[in-house]
Design a protein around this ligand. Structure first.
Ligand SMILES: O=P(O)(O)OC[C@H]1O[C@H](O[C@H]2O[C@H](CO)[C@@H](O)[C@H](O)[C@H]2O)[C@H](O)[C@@H](O)[C@@H]1O
Length: 241
């Protein structure tokens, strides 16, 4: 059976950086992804926590389908964009509540992704537990179907009930993904829903780096992921990592 490739971005295809805009996308990445996309007949998608527009800006290769904001937005192989929105008044209330926190702690960084608001504390790691508590209280006060999403030195507030696993499941109902065995590679907590979905479908789930995971395989880091992906098109029979 042919494989369909679903790839997380930060920490999987690109090394982590101090801030979301500080990532370095070297020229080899788009070349690798374009090649894999072509050689799989288009069965490659990026599944990221970043916004789709942000992926477009940093990574380009617009012909590769992509899901952003942990599945809240998804561009399919036909170029159609599907979106779950956070209602405007809810977003306004969140931004108002976050303003004093951000004003008080210059080391924190707000990333407004549209439907999701992320507070990054990589520049002020000692504030991590505080930020988690603050946002946890905010979500329970505001309610409105919101949920917290933890990540690497980041906490996000997003609409509940949509995740990366759902985005992968949606792609698998559409050409050219339909009927293929899914492969998902990711490094973070948010990738666990996709690993679980892929495991259910008998696919290949690959966790990048250390940490607990339901993924069945491991790769040590970004360089190993890229090396493994580069090997795929050359292999006549796909082998497990
Ligand atoms: O699902 P991903 O594609 O892995 O995206 C997860 C988050 O990635 C970005 O944040 C992370 O990477 C930043 C740049 O390396 C780093 O500074 C930050 O600490 C990491 O959490 C992105 O900014 C988030 O929106 C994504 O959710």
């Amino acid at each position: 059976m042919d494989w369909a490739y679903f790839l997380d971005v930060d920490g999987t295809l690109i090394e982590l950086a101090m801030t979301p805009d500080a990532i370095e996308v070297d020229h080899a990445l788009p070349v690798l992804l374009e090649t894999l996309h072509r050689q799989t007949g288009g069965a490659l998608a990026l599944i990221s926590g970043r916004a789709v527009a942000d992926l477009d800006r940093h990574i380009g290769i617009l012909q590769v389908p992509r899901a952003g904001q942990h599945g809240l937005e998804r561009r399919d192989a036909a170029g159609r964009l599907w979106r779950h929105e956070t209602p405007e008044p809810v977003k306004r209330a969140l931004l108002e509540a976050l303003a004093p926190l951000l004003a008080r702690h210059g080391g924190l960084l707000l990333e407004d992704k549209g439907s999701t608001l992320a507070i990054h504390y990589r520049r002020a790691p000692m504030l991590g537990a505080y930020v988690h508590r603050f946002l946890g209280r905010l979500v329970s006060d505001i309610g409105q179907g919101l949920q917290l999403q933890a990540g690497k030195r980041v906490v996000e507030v997003k609409p509940a009930g949509v995740d990366k696993g759902m985005a992968v499941a949606e792609y698998l109902t559409e050409a050219p993904f339909l009927g293929r065995l899914p492969v998902f590679i990711g490094d973070d907590i948010t990738d666990e829903t996709a690993f679980a979905l892929v495991n259910e479908r008998g696919g290949i789930s690959v966790k990048v780096g250390p940490g607990r995971s339901c993924a069945r395989y491991r790769l040590p880091g970004v360089a190993a992921v890229r090396a493994w992906l580069a090997y795929q098109p050359m292999s006549p029979h796909h082998e497990h990592p």
